[in-house]
Design a protein. Structure first.
Length: 524
């Protein structure tokens, strides 16, 4: 059975649908089938992935019905009966809709966004044999977000029945009709557009420094305030622990802030810098411990799938142990984030950053033009990456690659957080090369960390007298990970060689190297 086709039209206030709906068609006159009040609760990820793709997902409740509604960015719409709690992840919907929701939603949780409330009146047209030929519905909705309300344009939705031809004919007759125009967006997108600045921005946006020669202390304040806002936005999700990506985004914001503070030393007074650095270092450790176990749990299914078939299905003791450890680290982190001490730290940080820059700063680099300061730091970090990379040989311990990875992260954070200071096309090309290097170093680091965790966890499982098959499976998994080590080392070496020479080296020299007699390509 084919999926019904659908088309939506916006209706102007002057449009009178009566003549159209009372006009008999080839199969007979349209007959009213329902007139009801409805509430459509829109769901999306915290970072609005469905909204960004132009999709709508909602739980719709009428007088005596409940449906899960999905509409894509081409106007195709699906409605499925729904009972029980709202869907939380894409897998809750996988069997309902013939579309790749996993690619859009990934691992993020689905959360209520806003409500669309109003009225719907529906008509149906049947042929002489009782087959449904055409369905129509006019919806008059209001978007509600907290205390805010915004009326949407009335919509006429036309849905094909058992045959597509009447649908195509009716749609063709509507095109160009006075008072009607094709709806160019879903009701979700329309509602967010009408809410405008009242709709919260949740996806992280890199800060823009409008004046490249702005004094450094003022520009760095702008960057750190953006990272603090990201932490505050994600903190409730970290505490709720429904969606692991909240913790990921929170942790990245903490790391970026630590890196910016470290690389701009001398911009703020030493005492203020040290207070912020100590608070962020402690927070970074707490978030890393919780995140590491989250990542391990997420990766475990894929790791198990790589084992020989006889060894699969034996990981339940390991999975239970990991879940217990993850819950313990999450509890510790939650207690910390809920503490008065943590709130005082964030509030003090925010107050300090919101102060006007002093007219006569004590910090030695406060008045340095930010593009010069950041350009020099990027060039220094790039040279450090090359130097550390050259020192790594086939027998170098994993710790050396880990230190190189940390230096590469510092370089990336400087380039990303101050990207508005530099030519975007040139910077984008260099960031692509840096990200490729980071991916290889990250894969190697993940392997090293996972092997260490598995050895420790195997000892705990043995003390708990876990089944022999479970211990054998963990051992096989460690062996499988170690077998990947030479290949990942080789990838790191290849990426390092490419990043340290050729186009990458010339690009960094041209963009960031301060030379006497020639101005670097910083924006002015």
């Amino acid at each position: 059975m084919h999926e019904p086709q659908a088309m939506e039209f916006w209706l102007d206030e002057t449009f009178d649908p009566a003549p159209e709906l009372n006009q008999p068609g080839d199969a007979g006159q349209l007959v009213v089938t329902e007139s009801l009040c409805l509430c459509r609760r829109v769901l999306d990820t915290f970072d609005h992935r469905l909204l960004s793709a132009g999709w709508l997902l909602a739980i719709e409740e009428g007088t005596a019905s409940r449906f899960c509604v999905l509409q894509d960015n081409a106007g195709q719409r699906w409605e499925r009966e729904w009972s029980g709690a709202d869907p939380l992840f894409w897998r809750d919907l996988a069997s309902l809709f013939p579309v790749p929701l996993a690619e859009l939603i990934d691992v993020r949780a689905l959360l209520p966004q806003l409500e669309l409330r109003g009225e719907r009146k529906a008509w149906i047209q049947e042929d002489s044999g009782g087959a449904k030929v055409l369905k129509l519905a006019i919806e008059t909705l209001t978007a509600r977000y907290g205390e805010l309300e915004r009326p949407l344009k009335p919509r006429l939705r036309i849905i094909s029945g058992d045959s597509h031809r009447p649908f195509r004919d009716f749609v063709a007759g509507c095109r160009g009709r006075a008072g009607m125009r094709i709806a160019a967006e879903t009701s979700y997108t329309e509602a967010v557009r009408l809410l405008g600045s009242d709709w919260p921005e949740t996806a992280f946006r890199f800060p823009v420094i409008a004046e490249p020669r702005q004094r450094a202390d003022s520009a760095v304040r702008t960057v750190l305030l953006a990272l603090l806002q990201t932490m505050r936005l994600n903190e409730p999700g970290v505490i709720a622990a429904t969606d692991t990506e909240f913790l990921h985004d929170y942790r990245v914001a903490v790391r970026r802030a630590r890196s910016i503070l470290g690389q701009t030393e001398g911009v703020f007074p030493a005492t203020a810098t040290e207070r912020l650095r100590q608070g962020l270092a402690s927070l970074a450790q707490a978030t890393s411990e919780a995140r590491d176990f989250d990542v391990f749990l997420l990766a475990l299914d894929g790791m198990e799938a790589g084992l020989p078939p006889p060894l699969r299905g034996q990981f339940e003791p390991l999975r239970e142990l990991l879940a217990t450890l993850a819950a313990d680290r999450q509890r510790r982190l939650r207690d910390r984030l809920n503490s008065a001490r943590h709130r005082r730290f964030l509030d003090a940080w925010e107050r300090y950053l919101q102060r006007p820059a002093p007219a006569k700063p004590r910090a030695p680099l406060a008045l340095t033009p930010v593009n010069e300061l950041v350009g020099r730091r990027i060039w220094t970090l790039y040279r450090r990456v090359r130097r550390e990379g050259k020192a790594i040989g086939p027998d170098s311990p994993p710790e050396h690659l880990h230190e190189l990875r940390k230096t590469a992260k510092k370089l990336r954070y400087q380039m990303e957080m101050f990207q508005s200071l530099f030519p975007p096309d040139d910077l984008r090309a260099l960031l692509r090369r840096l990200k490729s290097l980071q991916t290889s170093l990250g894969d190697y680091q993940d392997l090293s960390v996972q092997c260490g965790h598995l050895r420790d966890l195997a000892g705990v499982l043995r003390e708990r007298q876990a089944p022999t098959d479970a211990l054998l499976s963990v051992g096989a998994l460690i062996g499988q990970l170690f077998a990947r080590e030479p290949g990942l080392r080789g990838e790191c070496s290849e990426q390092l060689a490419e990043f340290a020479a050729g186009k990458a080296r010339r690009g960094f020299r041209r963009l960031f190297r301060p030379e006497s007699g020639r101005e670097p390509r910083w924006r002015h």
